[in-house]
Design a protein around this ligand. Structure first.
Ligand code: ZN
Length: 132
């Protein structure tokens, strides 16, 4: 399960809208499935259909997370015109079997949808997202 405060969800949605028409991405840090910090990341693909986090930025954030005594518990990105479900490309680049992959769909721009998945060896399993 991924537990997300409403203010974090609002922040992610705002970022997704700001980056539109390209995909937005970022890292969720926290503990036991509960998000305590959201890191907005640069999408080096600047693409409407894929994302790739800037490597140096990602290393810096991962170090900061470790130093704060929390963990990287999720990676999120937006889908600008498709549903909130991992694409074949997303599955291929899902390098962390233990983290939640959250996808924010702007397919219906007025009603963004967030869903989260565990991706393990190309197996996609949806998780509950609890907004608090
Ligand atoms: Zn995707």
């Amino acid at each position: 399960m991924l537990i997300l405060k409403k203010k974090f969800l609002d922040k992610i949605i705002a970022q997704a809208r700001k980056e539109f028409p390209n995909e937005a991405c970022g890292i969720l840090a926290g503990k036991d499935g509960k998000v305590e910090k959201v890191y907005e990341m640069s999408n080096t693909d600047t693409s409407p259909s894929t994302f790739f986090m800037e490597a140096k930025e990602q290393l810096k954030v991962m170090k900061e997370i470790r130093n704060s005594g929390i963990q990287m518990i999720g990676i999120y990105h937006s889908h600008v015109a498709s549903r909130a479900y991992p694409s074949a490309h997303d599955v291929e680049l899902a390098f962390y079997p233990e983290v939640s992959y959250a996808i924010i769909s702007l397919e219906d721009k007025k009603n963004p949808v967030i869903k989260a998945f565990k991706i393990q060896e190309e197996n996609i399993r949806e998780e509950e997202v609890r907004i608090q």
